[in-house]
Design a protein around this ligand. Structure first.
Ligand code: KG4
Ligand code: ZN
Length: 340
């Protein structure tokens, strides 16, 4: 089965084709980051309009890359939530209509399930059950995974998501949007230990997170320094990254102990962070993640998650459905675990 995957939930148009036998055969992404950067964040209406401009040409590009024609596709998967509703509508409308026009089955994919399953596209895969840390621009969640679609939320952020905290702190440091990768790059030249930021909610039991205070700590430090130099900024970036990484590591270790499991999957944009990967490698027995390009938003994870649901017999009725808010715990369970 060859599945076309379409992702348009935020500021990236992603299109890919996943083949049951050959795996991922084509994957292309168009990022709107530059367009949004002068506003310091995503402008939803601009995002929707740009997805309208980019999705169809990108589908054409991906089919050409894979040397395929539309008749070679067997099904269509598209992100139907959570995300910006206008942006989601573009991918859902194009995906569902494309499938209808060609008489193909379609599947509405949960964006976070897409992130969660992306590490299964790597050579070394986790085995069930495992704990997943989902860290993106909109979510910070610890989830127990007993099967695809059998998810138990163990903890989540009570305020800002980890990626959001990276983006907001990066903005305070005068870095562009999206701030996460820029802040991580700046932190590399920082002197660790010059500043120490709090590790929110690690001194009490539980698996919830709170990151909004960290941004305030960064702001207070920035304001306390007269004539902020490049090396001051790097030191602050390093302290911020250290606090987030350490907090996430403490909570992941705690979640694994609580669940009595040894395998951890990290997914979502912040899982691309090298310091987080390194720290978890040191503290956790088995850590699994996707290559950085499949951690941030992409069409491949949607094609793959859709493929797993389609081959288990799920498909969408003739409705264009989007859900700005959608809990992963509401997804139906899939009884097959990928072995390709
Ligand atoms: O998963 P994603 O691409 O989009 C959402 O579903 O939100 O995650 C984007 C988030 C942004 O906040 C971005 O700053 C952050 O992931 N991010 C990073 C890194 N790469 C992306 N944060 C820290 N370090 C990185 N290397
Ligand atoms: Zn995402």
């Amino acid at each position: 089965m060859r599945v076309l995957g379409i992702e348009t939930s935020c500021d990236e148009t992603g299109v890919a084709v996943f083949d049951s036998d050959k795996g991922l055969i084509a994957d292309a992404i168009y990022s709107q980051a530059e367009m949004h950067s002068r506003f310091g964040g995503v402008v939803p209406e601009l995002a929707s309009r740009d997805h309208i401009r980019k999705t169809l040409p990108l589908i054409g590009e991906v089919l050409a890359l894979a040397n395929l024609e539309t008749k070679d596709l067997d099904a269509v998967a598209y992100t139907s939530g959570p995300g910006l509703v206008g942006a989601l509508m573009v991918g859902a409308t194009i995906g569902r209509t494309f499938a209808w026009a060609r008489g193909l089955p379609a599947i509405a994919v949960h964006h976070m399930e897409g992130h969660l399953l992306a590490p299964l596209l790597s050579e070394t895969k986790p085995s069930l059950p495992f704990v997943a840390l989902l860290v993106s621009g909109g979510h910070t969640q610890l989830v127990r995974v007993d099967a695809i679609g059998r998810y138990t939320l163990m903890g989540e952020s009570l305020d800002d998501a980890a990626g959001e905290a990276f983006d907001k702190t990066a903005k305070l440091l005068g870095l562009g949007y999206p701030g996460g990768p820029a802040l991580a790059a700046l932190a590399e030249s920082g002197q660790p230990g010059r500043f120490t930021f709090p590790k929110p909610m690690t001194d009490r039991p539980g698996l919830d997170f709170s990151f909004s205070g960290l941004k305030t700590a960064a702001m207070t430090t920035i304001r306390s320094i007269e004539n902020l130099t490049e090396s001051d900024r790097a030191d602050i970036a390093s302290a911020f990254e250290e606090a987030v990484v350490e907090t996430l590591t403490i909570k992941c270790t705690r979640a694994l102990a609580e669940a009595k499991l040894s395998e951890l999957v990290i997914a979502g944009g912040v899982a691309a962070n090298q310091r987080l990967r390194q720290r978890l490698e040191e503290s956790v027995e088995h850590v699994f993640y996707a290559p950085p390009s499949l951690c941030t938003d992409n069409g491949a994870m949607i094609a793959f998650a859709g493929h797993e649901r389609l081959r288990a017999g799920f498909s969408e009725p003739l409705v264009i459905r989007t859900q700005a808010r959608w809990s992963m715990e509401d997804l139906p369970e899939v009884n097959i675990f990928p072995n390709h």
